[in-house]
Design a protein around this ligand. Sequence first.
Ligand code: E4P
Length: 217
Amino acid sequence: MKFFVDTADVNEIRELNDYGLIDGVTTNPSLIMKSGRNILEVTKEICSIVEGPVSAEVTALDYEGMMKEAAVLAQIADNICIKLPLTLDGLKACKALTDAGHQTNVTLCFSANQALLAAKAGATFISPFIGRLDDIGLDGLDLITDIRTIYDNYGFETEILAASIRTVNHVKDVALLGADVATVPASVIKALAKHPLTDKGLDQFMADWAKTGQKIV
Ligand code: E4P
C-alpha cells in the first residue's frame, strides 16, 4: 500500500520524505488555508520535494471553471494530480482531464455508487473519506470494502485512496481491506512506528550495551 501525506505543510513533507516513507501528497482548500500560503507557490514547492503524485484541488463548482483552474494547476509540475469534487460537474471534468492525460483524484466520496461513477469517469484515484463517515456514526471501513469488491468485480483500474484517516488503526484496517493508497496526516504516519515494547526493549539493550564498555565506531 502506498502512503500519501495529507498536508500542505512543507516542513512535515520534507521530514517524511527524508525518511523515505511517502509516495505522494494530498492537499485540499482547508489544508492550504492552514498553511497560510499561496496555493500555487506552496504546491510548486511540494512538487519539488516529492516525486509522486501531488493532489491539488480545484475550487470552482462548475465544469468550465474547474477546467480553467485545472489548466493552471497542471502547469505547476509534471507530478500534479488534479483533485475534483464528486459532483456531476466534477465527474465530467475528471473524464475530460483523464482523457487529456492528466492524473485525477475524485474527492469527497461517501458512497460506493459515487466511487463507481468516478471509476467510469476514469479517475486515477477515488478518495473515500472514512473518518468523516465514522464521525456521523457510520462505519467508514464498510465503504472501503464495498469499493474494493466493486472495482475488482469489473477490473476498474482506479486506485482506492483511503482518506480522512485519523488513527493508526485506520491505517492497518484499510491495508487489510486492500486500499491501494492511504493518505495520512504526518502525526499518524510517525505514530505507526511507535510501540511501547520497542522503547522498552531499546532501553534494556542500551543499558546492557553501556555495561560492556564497547563501541562499534
Ligand atoms: C483527502 O484527500 C482529504 O484531504 C483528507 O483526508 C480529509 O481529512 P479530514 O476529514 O480529516 O479533514
